[in-house]
Design a protein around this ligand. Structure first.
Ligand SMILES: [Zn+2]
Length: 82
């Protein structure tokens, strides 16, 4: 008999856990398995670091710049002639 609680989490499941999306059934394994918890913590840390990278946030500034340009009255021909 295979006990599902004893199966280690897959990398996909660890990623889900890092995002707080892991099903509760698998969460139980994590609570009991230090190995998976360590891997999960590492995944979560990586996830947070990625979220903090500047290249994940540039869309705010980018959108504002584009909107700023749209508002400036300029001959629309310039865009079509290029
Ligand atoms: Zn495990």
């Amino acid at each position: 008999m295979t006990e599902p609680l004893l199966q280690h989490l897959t990398p996909d499941e660890l990623e889900l856990w890092a995002q707080g999306l892991l099903p509760a059934a698998r969460d139980i394994h994590l609570a009991q398995c230090a190995e998976c918890r360590a891997l999960g913590e590492r995944e979560r840390k990586l996830f947070r670091e990625l979220a903090r990278l500047p290249r994940f946030a540039p869309e705010f500034g980018f959108v504002e710049r584009v909107m700023g340009r749209v508002r400036i009255p300029s001959p629309s021909n310039e865009f079509e002639n290029r």
